[in-house]
Design a protein around this ligand. Structure first.
Ligand code: ATP
Ligand code: MG
Length: 562
């Protein structure tokens, strides 16, 4: 896909699903709105899930209803407790609460089994002994009808006996399945006698070895909704073709309620893959350092990268809820991150690639404290004191020996402002045997304390710095997109589009001492560089910071010029 823009943003927080809910309430079709977020615990949640979470929990909040968290745990071979725990943590972190409404499809295995027998008794389901490939071949195509299974007309008694034997473990995996008896000639392939139960001799994280047959997604989902009294079962567009089956099952089973399914467009982000299966592959094959690697589009990765949950909620709100699929520009996400952090993140000074600057006329052994503003966007954030001394670190690329036109930072014989401190002039450039600049010898003007000259003279450049004697060394991790294409896999091979340089490690950065205090993992702004947060790999004698995002905002620029 080449179009990279957001769906029309929801106006005043309204969208077609909220309209449906409002109408159902107004018409009295529904008394209390009940939604659910139904993740399969086969991986960690990603930012696409955040859209579904915000929609389901958001609607429940706005309309005074409730939202359930339900684990769709019907495939024990792929599901793990680790994922169940991580999903709960991530939903809470995003700012939502399911209260006592935590459920599992596996809570309903007995009921679902009973309903399967009910269908058999009504002649609406049968046991099929065909091999998987025979079943596939008989299913037909979009243009050709399917063929009836030779086992389709088994008697109710035989079907019941076989189904019970399946449950009792008499048959190996794949030997038989239970299928709904609907219509092999249906134009909708989902109605061509879909599988309702399969044999799977696998231990389940919750039900252990009690079951060796498991319901399919289609058989579990709508019925679970009905059991919980869900009124609006909101899912993504790929389930649209499953809706007739959803409705067929609800109609033919003695369920306690009649939920309705509604579909909306998934969130797709440029340069990003959102499929747990693929994200798991990245983790398993070691392309990233784990599910919470800050390069991952997972909620845990974004958290570790320093992205605040409010940002994700706001981004999802701006993307809106539409019925047509689209791909959202990454710059729109970045913009939301910067916008919030610009307002909230404390400013600090940090030098990523240090170059020594010595002030020759600053007395040896002397030091002082200078006052620095914590956040120019937030007067209440106050000020702090930063140490200053004779030896400082400045950013290597804030100096050029032979500056081109337009470079206003430090250069031989040039004067610049050290932020919050003094004017300094470069007097001498010291090089090593290889000819590399290793130190700058400067002078300062004591009259310019605080950053202004009493004689009114101006300097064009202001650079940041850290006092060498008090600086704290740190490792800085810079992240770049995981993929080199806006549409990863667009040329056929997803793995070939992995960006080999998505992680850049800068060791030996120098930070102002305030950054070593405390252990908050909230993002701060490194002045002139971007937003960074302390990584949990930090310890008592090791500091690691992640770059959340750089300062440059191409989205805001494009918006302004467009
Ligand atoms: P994945 O392909 O990443 O595994 P999934 O749809 O299989 O996603 P589920 O655990 O089944 O993952 O998803 C839980 C809910 O989240 C579903 O209702 C699904 O529709 C929704 N969801 C998943 N991905 C997105 C997305 N990119 N945008 C919006 N909603 C999503
Ligand atoms: Mg799924």
């Amino acid at each position: 896909m080449s179009a990279v823009e957001a769906a029309p943003a929801a106006e005043a927080g309204r969208d077609f699903i909220r309209d449906i809910v409002a109408e159902d309430l107004a018409a009295g079709r529904v008394r209390e709105v009940v939604t659910r977020f139904p993740p399969e615990p086969n991986g960690y949640l990603h930012i696409g899930h955040a859209k579904s979470i915000c929609l389901n929990f958001g609607i429940a909040e706005e309309f005074g209803g409730r939202c359930h968290l339900r684990f769709d745990d019907t495939n024990p071979t792929k599901e793990e407790q680790e994922y169940i725990d991580a999903i709960q943590k991530d939903v809470r972190w995003l700012g939502f609460d399911w209260g006592r409404h935590l459920y599992h499809a596996s809570d309903y295995f007995e009921q679902l089994y009973a309903w399967a027998e009910h269908l058999i008794e009504k002649g609406l389901a049968y046991i099929d002994d065909q091999l998987p490939e025979e079943m596939r071949a008989a299913r037909g195509t979009l243009t050709e009808p399917g063929r009836n299974s030779p086992f389709r007309d088994r008697s109710v008694e035989e079907n019941l006996r076989l189904f019970r034997e399946m449950r009792d473990g008499k048959y190996p995996d794949g030997a038989r399945v239970l299928r709904a008896k609907i219509d092999m000639a249906s134009g909708n392939i989902n109605l061509r006698d879909p599988v309702l139960y399969r044999i799977l001799h696998a231990s389940h994280p919750r039900t252990g070895d009690r079951w060796c047959i498991y319901p399919t997604y289609d058989f579990a989902h709508g019925q679970s909704d009905a059991i919980e009294g869900v009124t609006h079962s909101i899912c993504t567009l790929e389930f649209e073709d499953h809706r007739p089956l959803y409705d067929w099952l609800i109609e033919h089973l003695p369920v306690p309620a009649r939920p309705r399914q509604y579909e909306f467009a998934r969130l797709n982000l440029a340069y990003t893959v959102m499929s747990k299966r693929f994200l798991k592959k990245l983790v398993d094959e070691g392309h990233v350092r784990g599910w919470d690697d800050p390069r991952m589009p997972t909620l845990s990765g974004l958290r570790r990268r320093g992205v605040p949950p409010e940002t994700i909620r706001e981004f999802v709100r701006r993307v809106g809820v539409a019925r047509a699929n689209s791909v959202v520009d990454l710059a729109m996400f970045d913009h939301a991150v910067r916008e919030l952090l610009n307002r909230t993140a404390p400013r600090r000074m940090a030098v990523l690639r240090p170059l020594k600057l010595v002030i020759e006329n600053y007395p040896e052994g002397q030091s002082e404290e200078l006052e620095a503003v914590n956040n120019p966007e937030d007067a209440e954030a106050g000020t702090r004191h930063i140490p200053f001394g004779r030896e400082l670190w400045i950013e290597r690329n804030d100096f050029m020996e032979d500056p081109p036109k337009g470079f206003y930072r430090l250069a031989p014989a040039r004067e610049v402002r050290l932020r919050y401190a003094y004017f300094v002039t470069c007097r001498e450039v010291v090089k090593n045997a290889a000819g590399e600049v290793v130190e700058l010898r400067c002078s300062y003007d004591p009259e310019t304390r605080g950053g202004n000259a009493p004689d009114g003279r101006k300097v064009r450049g202001t650079i940041h710095w850290v006092a060498a004697s008090k600086a704290v060394p740190a490792e800085i991790r810079l992240y770049h997109p995981l993929f080199t294409r806006p549409d990863p896999g667009g040329a056929g091979d997803l793995m070939a589009d992995l960006n080999p340089n998505s992680l850049e490690i800068v060791s030996g950065a120098m930070l102002e001492p305030a950054l070593a205090a405390g252990n908050s993992t909230e993002a701060v702004q490194f002045e002139r560089q971007g937003y960074f947060c302390r990584d949990p790999d930090s310890g008592p004698d090791r500091l690691v910071f992640n770059r959340t995002i750089g300062l440059r905002d191409s989205w805001a620029k494009a918006q302004a010029s467009g």
